[in-house]
Design a protein around this ligand. Structure first.
Ligand code: SF4
Length: 260
Protein backbone atom coordinates (compact mmCIF):
# COMPACT_ATOMS: atom_id res chain seq x y z
CA UNK A 1 0.00 0.00 0.00
CA UNK A 2 1.39 3.33 -1.05
CA UNK A 3 2.48 5.54 1.79
CA UNK A 4 0.77 8.94 1.86
CA UNK A 5 3.14 11.78 2.53
CA UNK A 6 1.96 15.29 3.16
CA UNK A 7 3.83 18.18 1.61
CA UNK A 8 4.81 20.80 4.16
CA UNK A 9 2.81 24.01 3.76
CA UNK A 10 4.80 26.72 1.95
CA UNK A 11 6.26 29.24 4.37
CA UNK A 12 4.99 32.76 4.00
CA UNK A 13 7.13 35.84 4.55
CA UNK A 14 6.04 37.67 7.73
CA UNK A 15 3.79 40.63 6.96
CA UNK A 16 2.99 43.62 9.16
CA UNK A 17 -0.13 43.03 11.25
CA UNK A 18 -3.16 45.13 10.43
CA UNK A 19 -3.84 47.88 12.92
CA UNK A 20 -7.57 48.22 12.34
CA UNK A 21 -9.90 45.25 12.33
CA UNK A 22 -13.38 45.13 10.94
CA UNK A 23 -15.72 42.77 12.75
CA UNK A 24 -17.88 42.13 9.72
CA UNK A 25 -15.24 41.93 7.00
CA UNK A 26 -11.60 42.86 6.91
CA UNK A 27 -10.60 45.63 4.49
CA UNK A 28 -8.01 44.72 1.85
CA UNK A 29 -4.48 46.10 2.33
CA UNK A 30 -4.18 49.60 0.89
CA UNK A 31 -2.02 50.53 -2.05
CA UNK A 32 -0.31 53.20 0.02
CA UNK A 33 0.84 50.59 2.57
CA UNK A 34 2.43 48.58 -0.24
CA UNK A 35 4.27 51.61 -1.56
CA UNK A 36 5.40 52.51 1.95
CA UNK A 37 6.76 48.99 2.42
CA UNK A 38 8.54 49.23 -0.93
CA UNK A 39 10.16 52.50 0.03
CA UNK A 40 11.50 50.88 3.19
CA UNK A 41 13.03 47.91 1.42
CA UNK A 42 16.53 49.29 1.15
CA UNK A 43 16.47 50.92 4.57
CA UNK A 44 17.40 47.96 6.81
CA UNK A 45 16.11 49.84 9.86
CA UNK A 46 17.57 47.34 12.30
CA UNK A 47 21.10 48.38 11.28
CA UNK A 48 20.52 52.08 11.97
CA UNK A 49 22.29 53.67 14.93
CA UNK A 50 19.78 54.18 17.77
CA UNK A 51 18.86 57.73 18.71
CA UNK A 52 20.18 59.12 21.98
CA UNK A 53 17.61 60.49 24.45
CA UNK A 54 18.99 64.00 23.82
CA UNK A 55 18.44 63.62 20.07
CA UNK A 56 14.85 62.45 20.56
CA UNK A 57 14.19 65.38 22.88
CA UNK A 58 15.72 67.73 20.34
CA UNK A 59 13.59 66.36 17.48
CA UNK A 60 10.31 66.66 19.36
CA UNK A 61 11.24 70.11 20.67
CA UNK A 62 11.58 71.18 17.04
CA UNK A 63 8.20 69.63 16.12
CA UNK A 64 6.62 71.42 19.10
CA UNK A 65 8.19 74.75 18.24
CA UNK A 66 6.96 74.51 14.65
CA UNK A 67 3.46 73.37 15.59
CA UNK A 68 2.67 73.69 19.32
CA UNK A 69 -0.92 72.38 19.10
CA UNK A 70 -1.10 69.88 16.25
CA UNK A 71 -4.59 68.75 15.35
CA UNK A 72 -5.83 65.60 13.70
CA UNK A 73 -7.41 66.13 10.31
CA UNK A 74 -10.48 63.93 10.85
CA UNK A 75 -13.45 66.22 11.55
CA UNK A 76 -15.62 65.26 14.53
CA UNK A 77 -17.95 66.80 17.10
CA UNK A 78 -17.59 64.51 20.13
CA UNK A 79 -15.99 61.16 21.10
CA UNK A 80 -18.72 59.22 19.28
CA UNK A 81 -18.29 61.04 15.97
CA UNK A 82 -14.50 60.72 16.35
CA UNK A 83 -14.89 56.96 16.80
CA UNK A 84 -17.13 56.74 13.73
CA UNK A 85 -14.75 58.88 11.67
CA UNK A 86 -11.79 56.68 12.60
CA UNK A 87 -13.70 53.49 11.74
CA UNK A 88 -14.66 55.03 8.38
CA UNK A 89 -11.07 56.12 7.71
CA UNK A 90 -9.63 52.61 7.39
CA UNK A 91 -8.13 52.40 3.89
CA UNK A 92 -9.48 55.89 3.08
CA UNK A 93 -8.13 59.44 3.22
CA UNK A 94 -9.13 61.85 5.98
CA UNK A 95 -10.27 64.34 3.33
CA UNK A 96 -12.55 61.73 1.75
CA UNK A 97 -14.02 60.80 5.14
CA UNK A 98 -14.60 64.46 6.09
CA UNK A 99 -16.46 65.08 2.85
CA UNK A 100 -18.96 62.37 3.76
CA UNK A 101 -19.21 62.92 7.52
CA UNK A 102 -19.94 66.66 7.41
CA UNK A 103 -23.51 65.95 6.32
CA UNK A 104 -23.76 62.68 8.25
CA UNK A 105 -22.85 64.16 11.63
CA UNK A 106 -25.42 66.94 11.18
CA UNK A 107 -28.13 64.29 11.40
CA UNK A 108 -26.42 61.59 13.47
CA UNK A 109 -23.97 62.70 16.16
CA UNK A 110 -25.02 60.16 18.84
CA UNK A 111 -25.39 56.36 18.82
CA UNK A 112 -29.17 56.65 19.11
CA UNK A 113 -29.47 59.05 16.18
CA UNK A 114 -27.20 56.74 14.14
CA UNK A 115 -29.50 53.79 14.87
CA UNK A 116 -32.54 55.92 14.02
CA UNK A 117 -30.92 56.82 10.70
CA UNK A 118 -30.53 53.13 9.89
CA UNK A 119 -28.04 51.21 7.79
CA UNK A 120 -29.56 51.94 4.41
CA UNK A 121 -29.62 55.72 4.79
CA UNK A 122 -26.18 55.65 6.44
CA UNK A 123 -24.86 53.87 3.34
CA UNK A 124 -26.11 56.77 1.23
CA UNK A 125 -24.13 59.27 3.30
CA UNK A 126 -20.87 57.33 3.12
CA UNK A 127 -21.04 55.70 -0.30
CA UNK A 128 -18.08 57.75 -1.55
CA UNK A 129 -15.82 55.99 0.99
CA UNK A 130 -14.20 52.66 0.14
CA UNK A 131 -15.75 49.54 1.73
CA UNK A 132 -18.79 51.62 2.68
CA UNK A 133 -21.16 48.67 2.93
CA UNK A 134 -19.03 46.91 5.54
CA UNK A 135 -18.36 50.16 7.32
CA UNK A 136 -22.06 51.04 7.47
CA UNK A 137 -22.78 47.66 9.04
CA UNK A 138 -20.01 48.22 11.58
CA UNK A 139 -21.13 51.75 12.49
CA UNK A 140 -24.70 50.58 13.10
CA UNK A 141 -23.47 47.58 15.11
CA UNK A 142 -21.08 49.67 17.20
CA UNK A 143 -23.81 52.24 17.88
CA UNK A 144 -26.11 49.45 19.10
CA UNK A 145 -23.34 48.07 21.31
CA UNK A 146 -22.55 51.50 22.77
CA UNK A 147 -26.22 51.83 23.75
CA UNK A 148 -26.67 48.31 25.08
CA UNK A 149 -23.36 47.94 26.95
CA UNK A 150 -21.88 51.36 27.59
CA UNK A 151 -24.85 53.65 28.31
CA UNK A 152 -24.49 55.35 24.94
CA UNK A 153 -20.96 56.64 25.77
CA UNK A 154 -17.64 55.80 24.13
CA UNK A 155 -15.77 53.65 26.68
CA UNK A 156 -12.39 54.76 27.99
CA UNK A 157 -10.38 51.57 27.96
CA UNK A 158 -8.48 50.01 25.09
CA UNK A 159 -10.09 46.59 25.54
CA UNK A 160 -13.61 48.04 25.51
CA UNK A 161 -12.99 50.18 22.43
CA UNK A 162 -11.37 47.25 20.61
CA UNK A 163 -14.46 45.15 21.40
CA UNK A 164 -16.58 47.43 19.17
CA UNK A 165 -17.34 46.29 15.61
CA UNK A 166 -14.87 47.80 13.12
CA UNK A 167 -12.52 49.11 15.82
CA UNK A 168 -8.99 47.79 16.29
CA UNK A 169 -5.87 48.84 18.13
CA UNK A 170 -5.24 51.88 15.96
CA UNK A 171 -8.82 53.09 16.42
CA UNK A 172 -8.52 52.67 20.17
CA UNK A 173 -5.23 54.57 20.23
CA UNK A 174 -6.63 57.49 18.23
CA UNK A 175 -9.78 57.74 20.36
CA UNK A 176 -7.91 57.39 23.66
CA UNK A 177 -5.46 60.08 22.58
CA UNK A 178 -7.75 62.60 20.90
CA UNK A 179 -10.91 62.21 22.95
CA UNK A 180 -9.47 61.39 26.36
CA UNK A 181 -5.92 62.80 26.30
CA UNK A 182 -4.17 59.47 26.88
CA UNK A 183 -0.52 59.12 25.87
CA UNK A 184 -1.16 56.52 23.17
CA UNK A 185 0.61 56.16 19.84
CA UNK A 186 -1.56 55.20 16.87
CA UNK A 187 0.61 53.80 14.08
CA UNK A 188 -0.76 54.33 10.60
CA UNK A 189 1.13 54.00 7.34
CA UNK A 190 2.84 57.40 7.87
CA UNK A 191 3.97 56.78 11.44
CA UNK A 192 5.13 53.28 10.46
CA UNK A 193 7.27 54.72 7.69
CA UNK A 194 8.71 57.59 9.75
CA UNK A 195 9.47 55.33 12.73
CA UNK A 196 11.41 52.95 10.51
CA UNK A 197 13.03 55.33 8.08
CA UNK A 198 14.39 57.75 10.67
CA UNK A 199 15.57 54.89 12.87
CA UNK A 200 13.58 56.36 15.77
CA UNK A 201 11.66 53.14 16.39
CA UNK A 202 12.37 50.42 13.84
CA UNK A 203 9.90 47.55 13.69
CA UNK A 204 8.46 44.98 11.32
CA UNK A 205 4.89 45.50 12.51
CA UNK A 206 2.85 48.56 13.53
CA UNK A 207 2.76 47.18 17.07
CA UNK A 208 6.57 46.97 17.25
CA UNK A 209 6.85 50.56 16.02
CA UNK A 210 4.14 51.70 18.45
CA UNK A 211 5.90 50.13 21.44
CA UNK A 212 9.28 51.41 20.26
CA UNK A 213 8.00 54.97 19.95
CA UNK A 214 6.33 54.81 23.36
CA UNK A 215 9.66 53.72 24.81
CA UNK A 216 11.84 56.46 23.33
CA UNK A 217 9.53 59.51 23.30
CA UNK A 218 9.57 61.46 26.58
CA UNK A 219 6.19 61.70 28.34
CA UNK A 220 6.19 65.48 27.93
CA UNK A 221 5.76 65.02 24.17
CA UNK A 222 3.46 62.00 24.08
CA UNK A 223 0.13 63.84 23.97
CA UNK A 224 0.94 65.34 20.57
CA UNK A 225 3.63 62.92 19.31
CA UNK A 226 1.17 60.92 17.24
CA UNK A 227 0.03 63.99 15.32
CA UNK A 228 3.52 65.38 14.82
CA UNK A 229 4.67 62.09 13.32
CA UNK A 230 1.58 61.68 11.12
CA UNK A 231 1.89 65.23 9.80
CA UNK A 232 5.62 64.74 9.29
CA UNK A 233 4.98 61.60 7.25
CA UNK A 234 2.07 63.07 5.34
CA UNK A 235 3.66 66.36 4.32
CA UNK A 236 7.45 66.03 4.64
CA UNK A 237 8.73 62.46 4.88
CA UNK A 238 6.67 61.35 1.89
CA UNK A 239 6.73 57.68 0.89
CA UNK A 240 8.13 58.11 -2.61
CA UNK A 241 9.92 61.46 -2.52
CA UNK A 242 10.74 62.58 1.01
CA UNK A 243 11.32 66.31 1.24
CA UNK A 244 14.57 66.02 3.16
CA UNK A 245 15.70 69.50 2.17
CA UNK A 246 12.90 71.10 4.23
CA UNK A 247 12.80 68.45 6.97
CA UNK A 248 13.12 69.78 10.52
CA UNK A 249 15.04 66.74 11.68
CA UNK A 250 17.21 66.00 8.65
CA UNK A 251 20.44 66.26 10.65
CA UNK A 252 19.15 63.66 13.15
CA UNK A 253 17.48 61.26 10.70
CA UNK A 254 19.35 57.98 10.19
CA UNK A 255 18.00 57.11 6.76
CA UNK A 256 20.99 56.35 4.52
CA UNK A 257 19.06 57.58 1.47
CA UNK A 258 18.10 60.99 2.81
CA UNK A 259 18.92 63.63 0.25
CA UNK A 260 20.68 66.17 2.49
S1 SF4 B 1 15.60 63.59 6.42
FE1 SF4 B 1 14.28 62.84 4.78
S2 SF4 B 1 14.02 60.67 5.20
FE2 SF4 B 1 14.74 61.62 7.09
S3 SF4 B 1 12.91 62.16 8.25
FE3 SF4 B 1 13.47 63.93 7.05
S4 SF4 B 1 12.26 63.74 5.16
FE4 SF4 B 1 12.27 61.73 6.15
Amino acid sequence: MAKITRKPAPRKAPAPKKTARAAVAKPKPAQKTASAKKSLKATKPSSLKPWTPAEVHDAFSRFRKANPEPKGELEHLNPFTLLVAVVLSAQATDAGVNKATRALFEVADTPQKMLDLGEERLRDYIKTIGLYRTKAKNVIALSAKLLSEFGGEVPRTRAEIESLPGAGRKTANVVLNMAFGEHTMAVDTHVFRVGNRTGLAPGKTPLEVELGLEKVIPAAFMLHAHHWLILHGRYTCLARKPRCEVCLINDLCRWPEKTV
